[in-house]
Design a binder for this molecule. Sequence first.
Ligand SMILES: [Fe+2]
Length: 239
Amino acid sequence: MYYIDIHNHMLNGVDDGSRNPETTAKMLQLAYNDGIRGIICTPHYLPGVYTTGKAERVIRVKHLEAIAKKFFPGLALYEGCEYFASSGHFTEDLEKGRAGTLADSKYVLAEFSPATPEDVIEHRLMEIIGTGCWPILAHAERYMAFENEAFRLRVSGFAYIQINAESMLGEAGTGIKRLARKMLSEGIVTFVATDAHGAHHRKPVLSECALYLEEHFGTEYMETLLYYNPKSILDNIKL
Ligand SMILES: [Fe+2]
């Protein structure tokens, strides 16, 4: 079985992820060696800061895929974005081709700043649902609001929860690790992704977390989080 990474910053020159083609090449190599065969490229869309729109993202991903195919047989790349929902106006940003969905599905990867209040997170996710899209909350383990068990259980009832591989392994701090693992045991996590930003730090690898998931939650849950659920995005099937 291989992995599909639904959240990363491998496209170079569009956000705080890969800075140049060399880094992107190294990241693709790392991902490929690790067993990743599907990558949804999700550069930040952050109003006023990272503003690469959908049309440009599509061109860049197609260009990168054409090159990647020569070196990494069987590796597929897809266009997406990580939409900063704390301050944006999703409906308008979607209409204007600034925001976007993952791999032409109805799934939307939405992130917030860590201290965003509960009501803002809820309201913004509802706005996304109002457009007919299916929101995925990016790296949910980072939000202070998610320390509140009742809140995170409520949100998991209407939005999908994504956590970062490095968080569950402790690379983002003890508190974040604890919350990521707690959410896994609560069964509210739908996706685990790399959120990779580079080739040396925050790398595009999933095999280590696959081992952890397999050991603590079993093979089936590991495969669901790293392959089957991500595959449902590519197939645009609602989970
Ligand atoms: Fe990200």
